[in-house]
Design a protein around this ligand. Structure first.
Ligand code: PAF
Length: 279
């Protein structure tokens, strides 16, 4: 695996490999099975699999969250080597955002709801860094997990609006045996918390069951989910939302496919999960 930190070096490599099909998996490191499933797919479908590890300061609105984000570079490099990744791009923050950097890429319609409510400016940071990465790397395909479903929609719109010739692939959520969606943030949970966190997926499955029995009122479904989650006293709900799957606007009465998404806090650790339901 070639490890590159410098932007000009990766641009040089891309020029040399201009005929190759590059599949790109952007990450912030602390890799888990969810990332590995994206990487395996990228390796299978492309001539070259490139992974980035960059804890992007621009997408954190809370400096303490940025400081405690898990960093496991050595372990990550071992995983990527073992998987057979071709290129690892690991830029420094000062190269991505030099002192005079003053451009933001913003999605106007999908940035302020759900994750954007608590994490102000989060998607501006995601869009800005991915725009830079796409311009540097020229991938043909990029891979994202559906756990960050809002991010996936935002990136699809970014690629469409800015005319990138890139295919954006959303890959299924990877869950542990209890149903907890894998996330780098799970690193901060105790074993007991990991066990209790299974209630998140249980609440989504409960919602699915209630809908399949004919319940259409989002408020009733959300109340039942809250009731279940609140049985774990150490969890604080940030939001539970039922929205459409395109604009992420709240749905009061379910008539077609909806996205049910949630975010909770375990102390200072914030977890998200979602399920798409077609009644
Ligand atoms: O999902 C993530 O890990 C990040 O938001 C991403 C896509 C790597 C951009 O920094």
């Amino acid at each position: 695996m070639i490890i590159i930190k410098d932007i000009p070096k990766i641009q040089e490599l891309r020029k040399l490999q201009s005929k190759q099909i590059w599949g790109f998996v952007p990450t912030m490191g602390a890799l888990h099975q969810g990332h590995i499933s994206l990487i395996k797919q990228a390796i299978k479908e492309n001539d070259v699999c490139i992974v980035s590890i960059f804890v992007n300061p621009a997408q954190f609105n809370d400096l303490s969250d940025l400081a405690k984000y898990p960093r496991k570079t050595e372990q990550d490099i071992g995983i990527l080597e073992k998987e057979g990744v071709d290129v690892l791009f690991m830029p420094e923050a000062e190269d991505i955002y030099p002192r005079d950097f003053n451009t933001i890429v913003k999605n106007l319609n999908l940035s302020d709801q759900l994750e954007g409510m608590t994490r102000k400016g989060h998607f501006d940071g995601v869009c800005t860094v991915l725009t830079k990465f796409f311009n540097i790397i020229y991938p043909q395909t990029v891979y994202f997990g559906q756990k960050d479903v809002q991010q996936l929609l935002v990136v699809k719109k970014l690629v469409y609006d800015l005319n990138y010739n890139i295919t954006v692939k959303g890959c299924p959520i990877f869950r542990d045996s209890n149903g907890l969606a894998l996330s780098s943030r799970n690193e901060g949970l105790t074993l007991a918390q990991i066990r209790s966190a299974a209630v998140l997926f249980q609440s989504l499955l409960l919602a699915k069951k209630i809908v399949s029995k004919g319940e259409k009122k989002s408020a009733i479904i959300i109340a039942k989910m809250e009731q279940l989650i609140n049985q774990v006293p150490s969890i604080k709900i940030d939001y539970i939302a039922i929205t459409d799957v395109v604009k992420l606007e709240p749905v009061q009465d379910i008539a077609g496919g909806v996205l049910i998404s949630l975010a909770v806090y375990f102390g200072s650790i914030r977890l998200i999960d979602n399920i798409e339901i077609i009644p």
